[in-house]
Ligand binder design. Structure first.
Ligand SMILES: [Zn+2]
Length: 428
C-alpha cells in the first residue's frame, strides 16, 4: 500500500519519494529506514518494509509477508480510486471529518471509511464512506474526473456499484464533482448524461415536492407539462428526484442540489427541471437526521413558492388562451371584427434561453449599470433573478446591489414597460 505510520504520522509513499532529487536515492533511503523498523502499518501496527522492483510500483508491505485484513481492503480501495482526481481525497476527507464531528454528539451514529467498515466482509468495491444510523446504513461515493472517464464507462461503474452496494443493504448517495450542468430555464429542460440519471436519489424533500405536485394537479385540468410548456417525451409522473453535485475551490467545498422528474431515458437524456437548483454549504448538506439532510429548508420553501406562482401564471395563460379561442369562435361570422382583433393582439414573445455561465447575466447587469437597458433585456434580467436568487449570490453578486442599480436606473428611465421590469427586480 501507499501509506504508513512514520513517527506517529500517516505518510504517503508518493510524497516521500518526491522529497529526494532522484528516485533511486529515495528508494535506497526509504528501504534502509524500513529495515530499521521506522514504518508501521496504520491498521495493525506490524512493521512495514519497502518493496520496489521492475515488476511493480514501489509500495509498503508487511514485514511478515502477509497483509492484515484492513490493509488488504485499503490496497483494494487504492486500486479502485486510481482514476479519481487529486480532489477526490480532499473532498472525501472534508466530508469524513464533518461526519465524524457529528458522531461525537449523536450516539446512534457511526462513521467509517468504506475500506475499514467493509474490511471483514472482503468487499470487492467499497463506498468512500459508510454511515450507520440506527439500523440504516448509507454508502457515500464521490465521483471525480467524470469527463476523462467518459459517460459509457461511468455508467458501467455506477451500475455495478449501485447493484453491489444495494445487494449488501446499503443506501447509496452519490456526489459528482463539478459537473457542468446544462439547464434550459425557459423550457424547464435539464439535459443529463446517462450516468447522472443513475445517480438520482429520493429524499424527504423530494417527497414533499411530490405532495405539492399532486395537490396542484389534483383536478387534472392541465398537466404539469402543459402548464410549464415543457416538451414531454413520456407523460410526466409526479416523481421528483434529486441530483447532488460537489464543488471544490480554494475556499472549501460546497454542494448543490437539483430536483427533476426524469423524462427521456435515451439520448438525449432529458428531465423536467422542477427547480433551478441552488448551492449549499457543508453544514446544510451533511447534517444527519434519518438521512443526510442534503438541502436547505429556506431555499426549498422559496423554490416551492416560486414554483406555485409560476404554476398559477401558467394556468392563467392557458385559461386566457382558451377564452381567446372561444371568442374567436363567437366572432367567426364577423370577419372584419376578427381581423381587427388579430391586429390588436400582440403575441407574447418567448424569452430566450439563459445558460448559467455564458456571460449573459454579466452583460445584463452592465446594461443596468449604464442605465440604458432595453425592454427585452430588463425582462430577461428580471426573469433570471427571479429564478436564480441563490445562484446570483454565489456568482459573487449581491442581489441588493443589483436592486440598487435598478432603483438608480429607474431615476433615468421613463419607459413604463422597462420601469415595470425594474420594479420587479426591486421587489424580489
Ligand atoms: Zn496491517
Amino acid at each position: 500500500m501507499q501509506v504508513a505510520n512514520y513517527e506517529n504520522n500517516i505518510i504517503s509513499l508518493y510524497d516521500e519519494l518526491d522529497k529526494y532529487p532522484r528516485r533511486d536515492l529515495a528508494i535506497t533511503e526509504i528501504r534502509k529506514k524500513g529495515r530499521k523498523y521506522a514504518y508501521k502499518c496504520p491498521f495493525c501496527d506490524e512493521y512495514l518494509i519497502l518493496r520496489a522492483g521492475h515488476m511493480y510500483e514501489p509500495h509498503f508491505a508487511h514485514k511478515q509477508g502477509k497483509s492484515c485484513t484492513v490493509a488488504r481492503s485499503y490496497e483494494q480501495y487504492e486500486q479502485q480510486g486510481k482514476k479519481e482526481s487529486a480532489q477526490h481525497s480532499v473532498i472525501r476527507d472534508v466530508i469524513y471529518d464533518d461526519l465524524r464531528t457529528q458522531e461525537k454528539y449523536k450516539p446512534d451514529l457511526k462513521v467509517e471509511h468504506g475500506y475499514k467498515a467493509k474490511a471483514e466482509g472482503s468487499w470487492k468495491v467499497v463506498p468512500d464512506i459508510v454511515v450507520k444510523k440506527g439500523s440504516a446504513e448509507f454508502g457515500i461515493s464521490i465521483l471525480t474526473n467524470v469527463y476523462q472517464k467518459g459517460d459509457d464507462s461511468l455508467v458501467k461503474i455506477i451500475r455495478k456499484r449501485n447493484q453491489y452496494f444495494t445487494e449488501r443493504g446499503l443506501n447509496n448517495i452519490w456526489f459528482i464533482e463539478d459537473q457542468k450542468q446544462s439547464l434550459d430555464l425557459s423550457h424547464r429542460v435539464f439535459f443529463l448524461w446517462e450516468s447522472e440519471t443513475l445517480l438520482s436519489a429520493k429524499t424527504a424533500w423530494d417527497l414533499k415536492w411530490d405532495e405539492l405536485l399532486n395537490k396542484l394537479t389534483v383536478n387534472d385540468t392541465y398537466s404539469i407539462s402543459e402548464v410549464f410548456n415543457y416538451n414531454e417525451k413520456e407523460i410526466l409522473n409526479n416523481d421528483v428526484r434529486s441530483l447532488y453535485y460537489v464543488h471544490s475551490s480554494s475556499e472549501g467545498i460546497s454542494f448543490s442540489v437539483h430536483r427533476v422528474i426524469l423524462d427521456e431515458l435515451e439520448s438525449p437524456y432529458r428531465a423536467f427541471a422542477v427547480t433551478t437548483g441552488y448551492k449549499m454549504q457543508l453544514t446544510d448538506a451533511l447534517v444527519i437526521q434519518d438521512y443526510l439532510q442534503l438541502s436547505n429548508d429556506d431555499y426549498e420553501n422559496r423554490q416551492m413558492s416560486i414554483f406555485k406562482s409560476d404554476f398559477a401564471e401558467g394556468i392563467n395563460r392557458l385559461m386566457q388562451n382558451a377564452e381567446g379561442q372561444l371568442e374567436n369562435i363567437k366572432l367567426k361570422d364577423n370577419t372584419k371584427q376578427a381581423e381587427q382583433n388579430g391586429k390588436q393582439k400582440d403575441t407574447p414573445k418567448d424569452l430566450p434561453v439563459i445558460y448559467w455561465d455564458d456571460g449573459t447575466v454579466t452583460y445584463l447587469v452592465d446594461r443596468l449599470k449604464s442605465k440604458y437597458i432595453s425592454e427585452e433585456d430588463a425582462a430577461l434580467l428580471a426573469q433570471y433573478l427571479r429564478h436564480n436568487r441563490e445562484l446570483v449570490i454565489f456568482k459573487g453578486w449581491d442581489l441588493r446591489d443589483i436592486q440598487k442599480l435598478a432603483v438608480e436606473a429607474m431615476g433615468k428611465i421613463s419607459d413604463s414597460t422597462i420601469r415595470t421590469h425594474l420594479g420587479e427586480i426591486v421587489d424580489l
